[in-house]
Design a binder for this molecule. Sequence first.
Ligand code: NAP
Length: 323
Amino acid sequence: MKMSENKFNGKQSREELDVYDTVIIGGGPAGLSAAVYAKRAELDFIVVEKEHGISGQIAESECVDNYLGLYGENGYELGEKFKSHAEALGVEFHVGELTEIIPENNIYKLLVSDKELYSKTVIYAAGAVHRKLNVKGEAEFTGKGVSYCAICDGAFYRDATVAVIGGGDTALSEAVYLSGISDKVYLVHRRNEFRANKALQERVRSKDNITVLLNASVEEITGGETVEELIITQNGEKKTLKTEGIFIAVGTVPESAALRGIAQLTPNGYVAAGENCTTTANGVFAAGDVRTKFLRQAITAAADGANAVYSVEKYLADLEVRG
Ligand code: NAP
C-alpha cells in the first residue's frame, strides 16, 4: 500500500512511501509462522531477519521430540521446513539488523541496517540470545574452546573432555549429545537439582561418560591458545577440571532492545504481552520467546505467530473503520 508523503512531515515531498501492513522481525518459529498466516490473510508484509537460513534457536537442537507430528526431528531440519513453507508461499525476506523502531505519524519507521521500512504494524519476534556466564576467560576463549552451541561445535571435540554448564533442558540435551562424541563430559550445575525435564535427567543418568557436578559454580576459564581448564567451586571447595571444550547453556535473554522506550518491558527484558501478542504500543505485537509467557517452546512460538497476525488483522480493520 502507498501512503502520500505529506503525512511524513514532507520528508520526501511528492514522493510516495511504501507502507507495509506489517513488518515481521525475526525468522524463527514465531516469525515464520506469522509469515505463513500473514500470506493467508493477504497482508502486504516483509520478514526481516539477521541471517537468512538460520531459523532461530531451534536450529541448535539436536532432536526436537515434542513438536506435534514431527517426532524426533532434527532442530536444524525442522527450521528448514519452517522456512521452506514460508518460501513456498512467496514470502519476501530482507536480511538486515533492526536497530531502531521510530513511531511516526501513526505508523512505524524501522531502521534496518542499510534500509528504512515503513509499516502500520510490527510483529516483533526477535527471540532471545544466549546468556553469558560473565566469568573470567569466557570472552577471551569464546571460539577457542568456549561455545554456546553443542550442535554447531560439538564435532570439534571428538574423543576430548568437555564441560557443559547449566541445569535446564538445553544443558542436559547438550550433555547427552556430547556424550556421543566426546570421551568425557562434565555437567556443571550451580544448584543441587536440575530444572530440565525428567526424561532428559534420566537420559543423563544413563550415560556412563557424563559426570554430574552439582552445587558447583564456575570461577574461571583458563588456557593458552585454547581452553585448558575450568575452575569451579563445589560445596565451597575449589576444583580444576582439565577440559578442551566448554559449552555454556545457562539460558537466554530476550532480544528486546529495539522496543525499549516503545513498549513495556519486564525487569528481565521480556516484552509485556499476552496470548493475543498485543503490547503497550499501538500496532506493535510481540510473538515467541521475546514476550512474557508461560512456556517458551517452538510450538508455543509458532502459535504466537498465528495469534499475532490475527491481532494485526483486527488492528488494521479498526484503523480502516476509524479512517
Ligand atoms: P533455562 O531453562 O532458563 O535454564 C537455564 C539454566 O542455566 C538453569 O539451570 C539455571 O540455573 C542456569 N543458569 C542461569 N544463569 C546461570 C548463571 N549465571 N550461572 C550458572 N548457571 C546459570 O534455559 P534453557 O535450558 O536454555 O531452556 C530455555 C527454554 O527452552 C526452556 O523453556 C526450555 O524448556 C526450552 N527448551 C526445550 C527443549 C526441548 O524441549 N527439547 C530443549 C531446549 C530448551 P537454575 O536452575 O539454578 O536457575
